[in-house]
Design a protein around this ligand. Sequence first.
Ligand code: TXA
Ligand code: MG
Length: 311
Amino acid sequence: MKTILTTSPIEAAEFIRRGGIVAFPTETVYGLGANVFNESAIAKIFEAKRRPNDNPLIAHVGNLEQIKLLVKEITPDARKFIAAFFPAPLTLVLPKAERVPLIATANLETIGVRMPRNELAREFLKACKTPIVAPSANLSGKPSPTDWQAVFEDLDGRIDCLLQGEMTEIGLESTVVDCTSNAPLVLRSGAISLEDLQKIIPETRDYQIKKDESPKSPGLKHKHYAPRARVILVSDFRFQISDSSAFIGLNEPPPDFDLIKICRSVEEYAHEVFAFFRTCDRENITTIYCETVAENGIGAALTDRLKRAAE
Ligand code: TXA
Ligand code: MG
């Protein structure tokens, strides 16, 4: 199939209306969208990404009204988070409405709902006039795409349209919070931190997978965010560097790396890390040394992604 590139959210939404799949920017990472009520369009997403079909999709809405189309109930906890944060890099897991097809949620009776705050995403969603399910717009297992070129690299010829926007503002995927249990549970960390959520609902907790339990968030069991190169986490510079190595972190490393990215803040590190992984793969780097960061604020989400990449 030919992939059409456009900067027009109206043109991109036309492809959704005709049952196609469209990559679009958000403030977190680029998503690959389909109409949540169109089962054959959703099937195309799984095929294009080579995504395992037990991994549920997040539904994106252009306004708060649309949430009612997707869920049985907006739980009291979810109501508080919506009032405090939406639109935001935050996904709330809620009981799904009957009319949402099970292919969207990988047979779960719950659905993740998010209202992006990125301007182009909002124009696109508004023009679609329907909620849009969208996983990150990468081939399964690769780092999430933070610019349209990364989407193109993975999905050119596999999707109908690519809405070209800027590089994404945050660079890591949204925080996912289960709002169906007694207390909110953070299933995936993101730019909205545990501390931010606890300011609204103090009982909010991080989800820890118990041994032998199947994970609440199916995506957590799949290998993720990994470049081809080996990723090693380091907290100092007392290590032996191997051939064709790269470094990303906050402090200046010894000069013997082939590629070096020094970030001025943890936010910039989060913003750059997935694009850096892709650059390293293009340059045939074999080992990427990533400096560890303090695990508060977005540092928790960055640490989570670095650990997964290093697994
Ligand atoms: O920032 C983001 O969330 C991006 C942009 C495009 O919005 N999307 C994204 O989607 O990262 P994806 O599919 O790559 O990751 C979705 C994560 C997976 O770990 C999945 O298991 C979890 O959210 N998830 C989705 N629906 C769920 C549900 N009903 N229950 C538990 N976890 C769910
Ligand atoms: Mg993903």
